[in-house]
Design a protein around this ligand. Structure first.
Ligand SMILES: Cc1ncc(C[n+]2csc(CCOP(=O)(O)OP(=O)(O)O)c2C)c(N)n1
Length: 670
C-alpha cells in the first residue's frame, strides 16, 4: 500500500539526456556566475539523479512537507547545485531561476551548501562530509519507527542518499553504515558517486578501501553500475527497493561529465569551469541553449516529473484524514499534543523530587523524570552510545528497537557517539519523533560536529551528557570534562542545561522537550548531590536560566554566589559559612546561561544584584567573566583533572565551600 508505481520517464518525447543536461548546464552556469562553487559532482551525477527523480522518487513538488514522501539527502553537500537544479526543474515553491542565478549570494535560498530551512525540499543541511549519510540513517530509522506505530498505509517511504568518496572516507560513515546494517534498514538506498576524485586529486592518493566490500561487511546489499547508463541505474534502483537489507549502488561516474578538457579531473571539483570550457561542454553535450535557459519542452517534462506523485499523495491524504484527529496530532506536533500530559508528568516528577530526603545524582533524577515523561510523550526515542547504565537513559522495561522490531523506543547505538548524534538529527528532521541520547559529557567532543548541526538546523535533539565534571572521580582526566561546558556554550542556538538537583533536573527536561527549535544538552552528575529545592513550585524556575535560590534575610547583599549543577550545593554551604561571619550572601542557581541571557535586563540585574560576585563551577572559568563583572572572582578548574575519588578531587582542586567563602571574604576586603 502506498507504493508509487515505478513509471518510465515522464515524457517519452524528451530524452533522458536532455533532462540530465539541463542539470549539468544549470550547475555550470550558476557556478560560473557566482565565480565559486562545485560543478563537477552535479555534472557527474546528473544521470543518476535524473533516473531517480523521473522514475522512482515519491514526491510532489507542490507539497514538499508531505510526510510520506521519499527523502532525498544530498550528503555530498558541495554539489548543492544538483539539488537546487532539481528543485527548480521539478517546480518546488520558491526555487525560481532567479534563485539559481543568485547562487551563493547573500539572502538567496541557494547557499553554498544546502541549508535546511532555506528552501522546501532541502531535507537536511549538508556540507560537512558524512553528516548527510548519517542523517539519512536516522531518517530511514524514523520511517521504520513510525511505520511500526502508524502502519503501512501511512508510513511507507524510502530514503535515498547521494554520497561521494569524501562522505565515505569520513569516519562517521563507518559508524552510520554499521548501525544501519545492524538494524537492517532496508529502505535506505545509498547512491555512491564513485568517481574516484576528491580535492587533492585521485582518491588513490589517500585511500585503497574497496568501499563496496566495506558496506557488504556491515550487512548491506551492494551493486555497481555505470553511472551514465540510465537503464542500468534504473535496474539497480529497482533491485535496491526490493532488498531486505540497506543497499549501496556504486555508480561509476566521470566528475565534470561533459567538460571537454577537464572532465575526470579534480579541477572540475570546486572551481568554475571558465567560459571556454563551458562553451566546449555545451557543444559536447549537445546543449545549445543560453545560460540559465531551459527550453520549454525540457522544463515541462521536468515539471511533469514534479507532479508525478500528486495522485499518490492525494490517496495518502485521504487515508491520513480518515484517521482520528487524536491519532494525527502526536505525529504532527508531538510535544504540543502531549502538552497537558507533559505538564502533569513534570509536576509529578518535581513533587517526588522535592519530597525526597535522599541525596542522588542528577543522572538518577533524570531517569526518575523519564519514568514520568516517557509514558506522557510517546514521541520520545531514547538511546545511549553504550553507556545505558551510566547515563540512566533507559527506564525499566522500556522496549528496545531491534532489527525487524521497530515498535520499541530505545536504541542501543553502540560505541558510535558521532553517528548517534547525527542519527538523532535525522530522527528529528524526519518529523514525528523527539530523540534523546546519552554519553559522557567529555565525549560531547565526539558528537560535536553533529551537535553544531542540530543547533544550525534548529532541531529538537536532547543530549543526555552525564559524568559532567571531576565529580566522576576515579576514571581520571581523560573522562573528566573541564572545557566542555564552555565550548558547548559557545555554540549558538544550543541550550546547555546543568541542573543542581532533582527538581531542577525535571524542570530542565521540561525545557528540553518543550523548546521547539533548539537542541539541549543536559549536563548531569555521576555523584550524588543534595536536594536544594524541597518546596514544590508549579512554576519552572529554570525557565529563566538563572534565579535566586537563596536570598539574604532581608538585608542588603554583601556578595552574590553564582553556581551551576553540583556546585550549587557548595554555594549554599558557603553561604552558611559566610553567615557565621555576618556576611550576607545570596545564591543564584544558573542552570542555563543561554536562557538567562535571553531575559530582560531588569530581570538579569535583579538576579545578579549589585554586590560583588563569586562564581563556582567544576570546570574552566572561560566565559564566566560575562556574569562576574569587573569585581568578580571564579572558583573552579585551571587545567585537567586527576584520578581519585570525587571528594578528594574537589578538595585537591580547591572547589569547596570553604574556598568559595574565602574568595568572597577576599573580595570584600579589597
Ligand atoms: C568534514 C569535511 N571535511 C572537508 C571538507 C572539504 N571538502 C569538500 S568536498 C571535499 C572532497 C570531496 O570529495 P568527493 O566526495 O569525492 O567529491 P567530488 O570530488 O566527487 O565532488 C572536501 C575535502 C568538507 N566539506 N567536510
Amino acid at each position: 500500500m502506498g507504493k508509487p508505481a515505478v513509471s518510465a520517464s515522464t515524457n517519452a518525447a524528451v530524452a533522458h539526456k536532455d533532462m540530465a543536461n539541463a542539470i549539468r548546464a544549470l550547475a555550470m552556469d550558476a557556478v560560473e556566475k557566482a565565480k565559486s562553487g562545485h560543478p563537477g559532482m552535479p555534472m557527474g551525477m546528473a544521470d543518476v539523479a535524473t533516473v531517480l527523480f523521473t522514475r522512482f522518487l515519491k514526491f510532489d513538488a507542490s507539497a514538499p512537507e508531505w510526510p510520506d514522501r521519499d527523502r532525498f539527502v544530498l550528503s555530498a553537500g558541495h554539489g548543492s547545485m544538483l539539488l537546487y537544479a532539481l528543485l527548480h526543474l521539478t517546480g518546488y515553491p520558491g526555487m525560481t531561476m532567479k534563485e539559481l542565478e543568485s547562487f551563493r549570494q547573500l539572502g538567496a535560498k541557494t547557499a553554498g551548501h544546502p541549508e535546511f530551512g532555506h528552501a522546501p525540499g532541502i531535507e537536511t543541511t549538508t556540507g560537512p562530509l558524512g553528516q548527510g549519510l548519517a542523517n539519512a540513517v536516522g531518517m530511514a530509522l524514523a520511517e521504520r519507527l513510525l511505520n511500526a506505530r502508524l502502519g503501512e498505509g501511512i508510513v511507507d517511504h524510502y530514503t535515498y542518499v547521494l554520497a561521494g568518496d569524501g562522505c565515505l572516507m569520513e569516519g562517521i560513515s563507518h559508524e552510520a553504515i554499521s548501525l544501519a546494517g545492524h538494524l537492517r534498514l532496508n529502505k535506505l538506498i545509498v547512491l555512491f558517486d564513485d568517481n574516484q576524485i576528491s580535492i587533492d586529486g585521485p582518491t588513490s592518493l589517500s585511500v585503497s578501501d574497496d568501499q563496496v566490500k566495506r558496506f557488504e561487511a556491515s550487512g548491506w546489499a551492494t551493486s555497481r553500475v555505470d553511472g551514465h547508463d540510465p537503464d542500468a541505474i534504473a535496474g539497480a534502483i529497482e533491485w535496491a527497493r526490493r532488498s531486505d537489507k540497506p543497499t549501496i549502488i556504486a555508480c561509476k561516474t566521470v566528475i565534470g561529465y561533459g567538460a571537454p578538457t577537464k572532465q575526470g579531473k579534480a579541477s572540475t571539483h570546486g572551481s568554475p569551469l571558465g567560459a571556454e570550457e563551458i562553451a566546449g561542454a555545451r557543444s559536447k553535450l549537445g546543449w545549445a541553449h543560453a545560460p540559465f535557459e531551459v527550453p520549454p519542452h525540457v522544463l515541462s517534462a521536468w515539471r511533469a516529473c514534479g507532479a508525478r506523485g500528486s495522485a499518490v499523495r492525494s490517496a495518502w491524504t485521504k487515508r491520513w484524514e480518515s484517521l482520528d484527529a487524536k491519532a494525527r496530532e502526536p505525529v504532527e506536533h508531538p510535544a504540543r499534543a502531549a502538552a497537558p500530559a507533559i505538564a502533569s508528568a513534570i509536576a509529578a516528577a518535581k513533587k517526588a523530587a522535592a519530597a525526597s530526603p535522599a541525596k542522588k545524582a542528577t543522572r538518577n533524577w533524570s531517569e526518575a523524570t523519564l519514568d514520568h515523561l516517557l509514558p506522557a510523550l510517546p514521541a520520545l526515542i531514547g538511546g545511549s552510545a553504550d553507556l545505558t547504565g551510566s547515563n540512566n537513559t533507559r527506564i525499566k522495561d522500556q522496549p528496545v528497537v531491534a532489527r525487524g522490531n521497530f515498535a520499541g523506543s530505545y536504541i542501543y547505538y553502540g560505541v558510535r557517539e558521532h553517528a548517534m548524534a547525527a542519527v538523532m538529527n535525522g530522527l528529528a528532521l524526519h518529523g514525528g519523533l523527539i530523540p534523546y541520547g546519552g554519553t559522557f559529557l567529555v565525549f560531547s567532543d565526539y558528537c560535536r560536529p553533529a551537535i553544531r548541526l542540530s543547533a544550525l538546523m534548529r532541531q529538537r535533539v536532547i543530549y543526555v551528557m552525564t559524568h559532567d565534571s571531576i565529580g566522576l572521580g576515579e576514571d581520571g582526566p581523560t573522562h573528566q570534562p573541564v572545557e566542555h561546558l564552555a565550548s558547548l556554550r559557545a555554540i549558538p542556538n544550543l541550550n546547555v542545561l546543568r541542573p543542581a538537583d532533582g527538581v531542577e533536573t525535571a524542570e530542565c527536561w521540561e525545557l528540553a522537550v518543550r523548546v521547539g527549535d533548539t537542541p539541549s544538552i543536559l549536563a548531569l552528575t555521576r555523584q550524588a548531590v543534595p536536594n536544594l529545592r524541597t518546596t514544590h513550585t508549579d512554576e519552572n524556575l529554570c525557565a529563566k536560566g538563572a534565579y535566586v535560590l537563596a536570598e539574604t534575610s532581608g538585608k542588603a547583599r554583601d556578595v552574590t554566589v553564582l553556581a551551576t549543577g553540583s556546585e550549587v550545593g557548595l554555594a549554599m554551604e558557603a553561604r552558611a559559612l559566610l553567615a557565621k561571619d555576618g556576611i550576607e550572601a545570596a545564591v543564584v542557581s544558573m542552570p542555563s546561561w543561554e536562557l538567562f541571557a535571553a531575559q530582560p535586563v531588569a530581570y538579569r540585574e535583579a538576579v545578579l544584584g549589585t554586590a560583588p560576585r563569586v562564581a563556582v563551577e567544576a570546570a574552566v572559568g572561560f566565559g564566566w567573566e560575562r556574569w562576574l563583572g569587573e569585581r568578580g572572582t571564579f572558583v573552579g578548574m585551571g587545567g585537567f583533572g586527576a584520578s581519585a575519588p570525587a571528594a578528594k578531587l574537589y578538595d585537591h582542586f580547591g572547589i569547596t565551600a570553604a574556598k568559595v567563602a574565602d574568595a568572597a571574604r577576599k573580595l570584600l576586603s579589597r
